[in-house]
Design a binder for this molecule. Structure first.
Ligand code: ASP
Length: 308
């Protein structure tokens, strides 16, 4: 198998002021994850490392530190990795993706939330931080500015910031993995859980049909179980269907049935990959062979040599 990793930094109307930092962030994360695959590492290790890099990126992404705030001005993070572990509504963990992996590997459960997730983190030595440590000054200012507004019903065509991060990878043994991590939607209700930590909605992987990570309007994504729908469409194509077609058909269905916008990255077991969206923009990067591909606007497909 030719190792491949695809990462995204969220589907929305990324403003020009964030474009450069977002592109740089996904390119760096794809390179980091690919370095693991190149030395024979697993798809799971690769997506976790890439995701941690995105969660650490304060300037560009809504995950980990720097996430958007809820109506009470707090951070509540959701994250997931397969097969299958998830956390939701965590307020004191810098890397929800690592905690989600621990849920998968060290418990008999699939999802832990809020207080239970923090207790578990502490019990296995994952460092917890004061909630304030996850808040950036710029998010606090945005929250002050927008707190008088309810979250938009489908905010994904606006420039109100929200940029979930995700990664999917195929390793040389043919194993697939996916991760997704988010702070959710600005001014969400306290306790709101979006699609990101919900297996089959915000992400799904199955070595036999593919790996997917989604972004966009969480309520719409959950209504159509977008990640599973994409894999279903890939399966319908008898695994010869292009990942790109499966993502496009599924996003179009979500638009028609529930008027939701979003995006997804996917890899088929063959290594065929896609990064597609129906929002104005979605930043993404793919590392495969000798090349790094990346884009932000709908028709973008830039390529540079990984050795650069
Ligand atoms: N899907 C995420 C949520 O609704 C947000 C995003 O993808 O930007 O929480």
């Amino acid at each position: 198998m030719e190792p491949t990793i695809v990462v995204h930094g969220g589907a929305w109307a990324v403003p020009d002021s964030l474009a450069e930092a977002s592109v740089a962030g996904v390119k760096a994360a794809a390179r980091d994850g690919f370095a693991i695959l190149k030395i024979g590492g697993s798809a799971l290790d690769a997506v976790e490392l890439a995701e941690r890099a995105l969660e650490d990126d304060l300037a560009a992404f809504d995950a980990g530190c720097g996430a958007v705030l809820n109506t009470d001005g707090e951070v509540e993070l959701d994250g997931k990795t397969l097969a299958a572990g998830a956390v939701s509504s965590v307020r004191n963990i810098t890397h929800p993706v690592t905690l989600a992996r621990a849920v998968m590997e060290k418990t008999d459960h699939i999802m832990l939330t809020d207080r239970g997730a923090s207790q578990f983190a502490e019990s296995i030595g994952i460092t917890t931080v004061p909630t304030d440590a996850l808040m950036t000054e710029s998010e606090r200012r945005e929250w002050e500015h927008y707190k008088k507004y309810a979250p938009e019903p489908n905010p994904f065509c606006s420039v109100r910031g929200h940029d979930t991060v995700g990664a999917v990878a195929l390793d040389h043994r043919g194993n697939l993995a996916c991760v997704t991590s988010t702070g959710g939607i600005r001014n969400k209700m306290v306790g709101r859980v979006g699609d990101t930590s919900i297996i089959v909605s915000g992400g799904y992987d199955d070595d036999q049909s593919g790996a997917v990570s989604c972004t966009g309007h969480g309520e719409s994504i959950m209504k159509v179980t977008l990640a599973r729908l994409i894999l279903f469409n890939m399966e319908l194509g008898n695994r010869v269907c292009l990942a790109r077609d499966a993502v496009d058909v599924s996003l179009a269905y979500m638009g028609e049935r529930v008027q939701g916008g979003g995006g997804a990255i996917a890899i088929a077991p063959s290594g065929d990959w896609a990064a597609r969206f129906t929002t104005q923009r979605m930043v993404w990067a793919t590392a495969k062979g000798e090349s790094l591909f990346y884009g932000l606007d709908p028709q973008d497909m830039f390529e540079e040599k990984l050795s650069k």
